[in-house]
Design a protein around this ligand. Structure first.
Ligand SMILES: NC(=O)c1ccc[n+]([C@@H]2O[C@H](COP(=O)([O-])OP(=O)(O)OC[C@H]3O[C@@H](n4cnc5c(N)ncnc54)[C@H](O)[C@@H]3O)[C@@H](O)[C@H]2O)c1
Length: 349
């Protein structure tokens, strides 16, 4: 890789704006090209961000080939098919979450990325939350003792209010409600974030999981145009972690009063810790030492954290692999798949 890292954006929809604007703040990164199967999206995005090269698919972009790294910002169901040829061409890839729409595909992506020897990262955005990273460090350092219990939730409300647009007519919301369009519902969409959030901070993966998922009736016949609205809207997961702790993880698109808030409380035998990400700001509260007796919580400051995009670019430059990698994306996918499968089996019986 030359001093300038040349980036290709695959999928020029809503989230791609975040990628391109964040890359603009990193020195020595140039977004050189865009790919989208939707010509109108491709044109308006590339015009807006002055991206010179435009392609209708990944194959055409690879035939051209003048790029080092890729942000894959296509819908979930398309990540696998678009990422595999990029890895085969030895391009570094930052892929959106969830890594794929099933474990088999996610694992294949992880294996292929490893054998290609490229940098691979899955964009679990909340790794950028300072309170989350600092909490993980405190737990790892033993500040709250042995972890015994936790509660985690991811709260969105785009099905109950219009702040992010009209879900009944806009494709970027409708595909998230439809399994035929590659969605695994709220479980796959943001469940992956909160599962990563909770298990990264507790430092332990689940050993046993059970859960309840539900799809609420949202339209006549639960269909809007080409979209069958069959993907789950809410879930509650209970689990035991490998470190023995018990906890719950839940997420919903019906959390009226919350646009996009994450909460995590972890209780250990020497203290409690609370990570809040609300209205785009994070806070870390702790209760430990003498404060346990009076149940007094204190807010503590947290150091800044590099963005996933900056970490990815640094890894491309240094050749050192970065966390979270595709392997982490695949491991998380395995738990989500198991719960989806169990849910489908329950529906059939
Ligand atoms: N990390 C986060 O916090 C976060 C936030 C939002 C979205 N996302 C993820 O980003 C991805 C994109 O979401 P979005 O909201 O931008 O969706 P979107 O529908 O707004 O954009 C997706 C774009 O990909 C294009 N596309 C579809 N198939 C393609 C293909 N085969 N090749 C090239 N382009 C193709 C579509 O035409 C569209 O322009 C999803 O995986 C989503 O889960 C992540």
């Amino acid at each position: 890789v030359s001093d300038t890292v040349r980036v290709l954006i695959v999928g020029t929809g809503g989230m791609a704006r975040k990628h391109v604007t964040t890359y603009a703040d990193i020195e020595g990164v140039e977004v050189v090209a865009g790919v989208d199967t939707n010509a109108a999206n491709l044109k308006s995005f590339c015009d807006e961000f002055a991206i010179p090269h435009r392609f209708a698919n990944v194959t055409e972009a690879l035939d051209w080939g003048d790029f080092d790294a890729v942000s894959n910002v296509t819908p979930d169901g398309v990540h696998h098919a678009t990422t595999i040829p990029l890895l085969e061409a030895k391009k570094h890839v930052l892929c959106e979450k969830p890594l794929a729409s099933n474990f088999k595909d996610a694992q294949e992506m992880a294996e292929k990325a490893k054998s290609a020897g490229v940098v691979h990262s899955v964009n679990l955005s909340y790794r950028e939350v300072p309170a989350m990273r600092h909490a993980a460090q405190l737990v790892a350092d033993g500040a709250i003792g042995e972890v015994r219990h936790f509660e985690a939730s991811y709260l969105q409300s785009w099905l109950t209010q219009p702040a992010w647009g009209d879900w009944k007519s806009e494709p970027q919301w409708l595909w998230r409600l439809s399994s035929k369009h590659g969605s695994t519902g709220v479980l796959g969409d943001v469940g992956i974030h909160i599962l990563d959030f909770a298990t990264f901070v507790t430092g332990s993966l689940p050993s046993q999981v059970s859960s309840q998922l539900h799809t609420f009736d949202k339209a006549p016949g639960n269909t809007i145009g080409d979209y069958a609205l069959d993907a789950n809207d809410s879930f509650v997961m209970h689990m035991q972690l490998e470190n023995g702790a018990l906890g719950t993880i839940s997420a919903t698109r019906f959390a009226s009063g919350h646009h996009n808030d994450l909460r995590l409380r972890i209780y250990g035998d020497k203290g409690g810790i609370e990570v809040l990400f609300e209205k785009q700001n994070s806070r870390l509260n702790v209760c430990m030492g003498n404060n346990l007796e009076t149940a007094q919580w204190e807010e503590i400051p947290c150091p800044d954290v590099a963005t996933n995009y900056a970490s990815f670019i640094s890894a491309v430059r240094s050749g050192q692999q970065v966390d979270p990698d595709f392997g982490r994306g695949a491991v998380l996918q395995k738990f989500l798949d198991a719960e989806l499968l169990r849910h489908c089996e329950q529906l059939q019986t």
